[in-house]
Ligand binder design. Structure first.
Ligand code: NAD
Length: 268
């Protein structure tokens, strides 16, 4: 299966390049960076210190998508929208790991998914995918005398907050409680906020150092507290998940899928 990496010189792009090179059944056929980027023209594999494969980094996204069966995109919301349209035009399956997507970006990606299979997930790891399922179960089992609070910690270069993973966990809690996330979410508190309202889902973000990503979901009840924690120590968990998602798109009908589908954890 032929794979292209979009944003190939980024932190996650490089990880994805390595994960594809490590998979004997996959062929790394293209890597895309934006026009003017210093990595353009460099060999994709030597970009991460591996022996050259004769595939230079390009800014021609349409040619890259035309050469690939699936593309893996970890870039920015604006770039991901443009890539989704281009992938749909090229008939190339897409894996979107980009976070910080607003409703308009999600709508554009969903539109592209009417024409090609798209797997989108703010966290591609197996552990977090399972954590989402656990959070939904626990939130649905415990009543709202158990307050749901989500805290995340990421490295200091992360540009969006709270993390897409934290928002995904909040959505899982809302689903378990049978409420709309938009009605329940309470982002970082500050000042004289008053007492906590039952049923709210709190989300707070910490930034510092080189933390790959940590998420804790608290169910804080009367006299007891349940905490579900995920700690990522290596970005390759996201790359391996993205590669598994790209492989999974093979022969798949157009549609918008999540890692729950890829890992077969869905209830359908
Ligand atoms: P990064 O800034 O290191 O990399 C982003 C790359 O995209 C850069 O190389 C940039 O030049 C490139 N890029 C941006 N616009 C482009 C365009 N129009 N054309 C081509 N290339 C373009 O960031 P990162 O740490 O690799 O994270 C990227 C995204 O992935 C973020 O949204 C992050 O939150 C998300 N992420 C998701 C997961 C997951 O499992 N889903 C895991 C880690 C990070």
């Amino acid at each position: 299966m032929r794979i292209a990496v979009l944003g190939c010189a980024g932190r996650m792009g490089r990880v994805n390049v390595g994960c594809i090179l490590d998979d004997a059944e996959l062929e790394l056929v293209a890597g895309v960076q934006r026009p003017g980027h210093e990595a353009l023209g460099r060999d994709l594999a030597s970009l991460i210190g591996r022996p050259a494969i004769g595939v230079p980094v390009t800014d021609d996204v349409n040619a890259a998508l035309a050469a690939a069966d699936a593309a893996i995109d970890f870039t920015t919301p604006e770039a991901s929208v443009a890539f989704a349209r281009a992938a749909a035009d090229a008939g190339t399956a897409l894996v979107v790991g980009t976070t910080g997507l607003e409703a308009e970006h999600e709508a554009a990606i969903a539109e592209a998914a009417r024409r090609v299979p798209v797997v989108a997930a703010p966290n591609m790891s197996r552990g977090v995918t399972l954590l989402n399922a656990l959070v939904e179960l626990v939130a649905g089992t415990l009543d709202d005398s158990f307050d749901v609070e989500i805290v995340e910690l990421h490295h200091k270069r992360k540009v969006d907050a709270p993390s897409g993973t934290a928002l995904g966990l909040a959505a899982a809690a809302a689903k378990g409680r049978g409420v709309r996330l938009a009605d329940a979410i309470e982002r970082a508190r500050d000042g004289l906020t008053g007492a906590r309202t039952a049923g709210r889902i709190g989300v707070a973000a910490l930034r510092g150092g080189d933390a790959v990503g940590e998420h804790t979901v608290y169910f804080a009840g009367p006299g007891e507290r349940l905490e579900l924690v995920h700690r990522a120590s290596d970005r390759s968990i996201f790359g391996r998940g993205a590669v598994a998602a790209a492989r999974w798109t093979r022969g798949r009908a157009p549609g918008l899928y999540s890692m729950v589908d890829v890992l077969g954890l869905g209830d359908g």
